[in-house]
Design a protein around this ligand. Structure first.
Ligand code: BDP
Length: 327
């Protein structure tokens, strides 16, 4: 052990009280588009705290929440360049970088929320993380955060494909999602998360689609009062690390990072369920009308998007069968 490290270790209890940022060999900047207090942000911050403690100060961790480091697309580029070391991003944003993940981005590929969880908890979930890690994307995928189910929210009620006809609906920048909204009769428009609020306010878009916590915490509900439970997308959201940062970790540190990311996954799931229930109550209290579709009404959205599954799912026919077979 060199002199510098001995000194650091001796000073550790004191240093940890202040901040270990200056002392650590490895500094992790974590980018989040969601605000402080949001379930993944809380779980990721807890992961960071444990990382600092359990690495005995060799690793430092700083959360940059609320999108301060840019849109998710910009953050992915920064992570690839190791300007940011870690992030959690929607799988929608990973699709254009690692096309193989798009099988999870297909509309109605999961039967329901529980089905998605069973899939990501099993071998297919790990395979998909490995696909990201083994791609050219310079990312190491460590764990999955839950992002609930995504539903349409609009300025006027939507129960049928005809109701959605011509409505401009914001989606994430992924052709699969544009095709999905278009197949449902709407007009899919890609934009970054941070632009949705004012786009709804000014009428640039007529709606968007997301889970309840995002609808609430990003204040979109203020300008879109109808929430149609289509459940067309159920996207798990990977926690990724810059490959360059990962390669700077020694094997013990890598094991620690992976272990704590998996712990964060478990922690976030509990927080997610609690937050979703709270969000539902708050949204309803704020006057958002929840529109539950009859099985036939929902089937119309499923049938309309068959062409999207056929087109974008064609290379993954076997995998889609394996996903379907998961109980
Ligand atoms: C949320 C995801 C977030 C995405 C956002 C979006 O958690 O990562 O950025 O949707 O649609 O549900 O932009």
């Amino acid at each position: 052990m060199d002199f510098k490290r001995k000194l650091l270790l001796a000073a550790l209890p004191f240093a940890l009280c202040l901040s270990n940022t200056a002392l650590a060999d490895i500094k992790i900047k974590f980018a989040e588009v969601h605000p402080a207090g949001y379930p993944p942000v809380v779980a990721e911050q807890d992961m960071g705290k444990k990382l600092v403690e359990q690495s005995k100060g060799e690793i430092s961790f700083k959360m940059f929440a609320g999108g301060v480091l840019g849109s998710e697309k910009e953050v992915v580029e920064q992570v690839q360049a190791n300007a940011v070391q870690m992030t959690r991003i929607s799988l929608g944003i990973v699709g254009p970088v690692v096309p193989d993940v798009n099988v999870f981005n297909l509309p109605f590929v999961f039967r329901d929320h529980a089905h998605m969880r069973h899939v990501i908890d099993g071998p297919i979930g790990q395979e998909m993380l490995d696909k990201i890690t083994n791609s050219e994307a310079k990312l190491v995928a460590l764990a999955w955060m839950d992002g609930g189910t995504r539903n349409l929210y609009t300025k006027k009620p939507v129960r049928t494909l005809a109701d959605l006809k011509g409505m401009k609906i914001r989606v994430q920048g992924n052709p699969v999602f544009i095709d999905t909204i278009n197949a449902m009769g709407g007009n899919g428009i890609a934009m970054a998360t941070g632009e949705i609020f004012s786009a709804l306010q000014t009428g640039v878009i007529d709606g968007a689609e997301n889970n309840m916590p995002t609808l609430l915490e990003h204040n979109h509900y203020q300008n879109a009062k109808f929430y149609t439970l289509t459940e067309h997308l159920i996207l798990p959201e990977p926690v990724v690390m810059s490959k360059a940062a990962w390669e700077k970790l020694n094997p013990e540190q890598q094991t620690l990072v992976k272990k704590l990311a998996v712990e964060a996954q478990a922690e976030e799931r509990v927080l997610w369920d609690k937050k979703s229930a709270e969000s539902e109550a708050k949204l309803k209290a704020a006057g958002v009308e929840f529109i539950t579709l009859t099985p036939d009404q929902k089937k119309a959205f499923y049938d309309a998007t068959a062409e999207v599954r056929a087109k974008h799912g064609a290379p993954y026919a076997d995998l889609m069968k394996r996903i379907e077979a998961v109980q």
